[in-house]
Design a protein around this ligand. Sequence first.
Ligand SMILES: Nc1ncnc2c1ncn2[C@@H]1O[C@H](COP(=O)(O)OP(=O)(O)OP(=O)(O)O)[C@@H](O)[C@H]1O
Ligand SMILES: [Mg+2]
Length: 509
Amino acid sequence: MGEAILQMKGISKFFGDMAANDNVNFSLEKGTVHGLLGENGAGKTTLMNVLFGLLKPDGGTIFIEGNPVTIHSPAQAMELGIGMVHQHFMLVPTMTVTENVMLGLHLPKFPLLNPSLVKQRINELSQQFALDVDPDALISQLSVGQQQRVEIITALYHETTILILDEPTAVLTPDEAKELFVILRTLKAHGTSVVLISHKLEEIIAIADEVTVLRNGELVGFTKIDKEVTRKEDLSAMMVGREVSFDFKKQKGTSMHEVLSVRELCVNNERGVQALDHMTFTVRRGEILAIAGVDGNGQKELCEVLTGLRQPGSGAITLNGNDITQASPKQINELNVAYVPEDRQKSGLIMDWDISKNLVLKNFRKKPFTKGLFLSKKEMDEAAEQAVEAFKIKTDQVSTLVKNLSGGNQQKVILARELATDPDLLIVSHPTRGLDIGAMEYVRSILIAKRNAGVGVLLVSADLEEIFQTADRILVIYNGRVMGIVNPDVGIQKVGQMMAGITTGEAHA
Ligand SMILES: Nc1ncnc2c1ncn2[C@@H]1O[C@H](COP(=O)(O)OP(=O)(O)OP(=O)(O)O)[C@@H](O)[C@H]1O
Ligand SMILES: [Mg+2]
């Protein structure tokens, strides 16, 4: 077969006593896409951070085209032809594409780079790989998919032969993901090798040539992918060490009285453009109402209005019969509403706090966590230990700072906190984004359990599989308007068309 452009042999990396990578071997062939799989906390990002010079390994050797190399910094990794797009974007929203690319090159001589030459290179790469990026645009004006292309351009800026993508599709819409795959195929055709970290197994089967699987920091599997033969169950069994059910049967719910009612709601976004256009719907106790839609059709603004973070222009919102149209986030929280926000890193966690404290972040004024004026550390830690156990948060102690958890495990902390109680209304935005398949299965089963316990659940998701597994009714949102509220019986295809704004469905508000 082909030749290895990269070999990592016997790589180990410890954080304290914990081996995030334990004697891992990894080999990447020229011109291939190589999937790197494993549960949250398995060590995928760590292994790639070692390759990109962000972490110094405690053992092992890296070979590029057969030659041993030591990589001390990202700048050096880039000189060796390695580029990386990180799990969480590292772009500065108030700066232009060109300025961000310059920053991302990790060069000490950044101020001396000539912007017009950088611009030229961006245009060149943009054309070569059909990336379609405007060098003068501000990052804040770009969609998530476009922002990701800026990261890809930065990663490709030097003659890049090895491109690392850490969960690139977790935040993309299905269409954006398809466009990314076209880009990856073009890169392959140019002889670039790609390492693709993803939890989406269909995607891996569709695009990868080979996969390597890590579990608890160790290499547990390698296989070539044959699109016709490889099944996602084969890969998940390697990852988790057991079969994961992809279609769990849920019982029909018994919906009860109305908990949330939204009438003729109109909201503007920060640019003064109408984001919600006369939205009307209700959520009842004991049901999951899914808001299905391509990202950016008003879902974010809807969640913000419902949680008091944004003021509506007109319309009315009632919760258990109380008018909350003008209520503050604190008032709404006190009315027993739980919220899992979309941007969990920015609005859900305090990175410099430990797991225990983050888990009581919103409930700290409530029993049993307060004793008089003081927080009870024992109660907090016990509750945290239960959450760590239930959600399989990968850590050895609840005093670990959240910033030291893997990406997926950070998300589990917020989910554990918000799902700890039985609120009247639970608003969850993209709850399984970035989670491994085991955790995904668990979170979806919890949403159903909450529904069965009489919680009203408003699920915002762009993942049709997730919606059809869990929802009792589906509201399709397009351009800030309700395209229809339908029963899941109408089928995935119909809902997909409604999401694209092609057809409407009957409204059962
Ligand atoms: N800076 C750090 N300090 C301490 N522990 C760390 C640090 N970075 C990672 N870890 C730990 O190393 C382990 C592997 O983390 P890593 O980020 O590589 O996982 P991952 O496979 O990328 O997971 P995910 O799918 O959640 O992104 C985790 O248990 C994590 O908590
Ligand atoms: Mg990771």
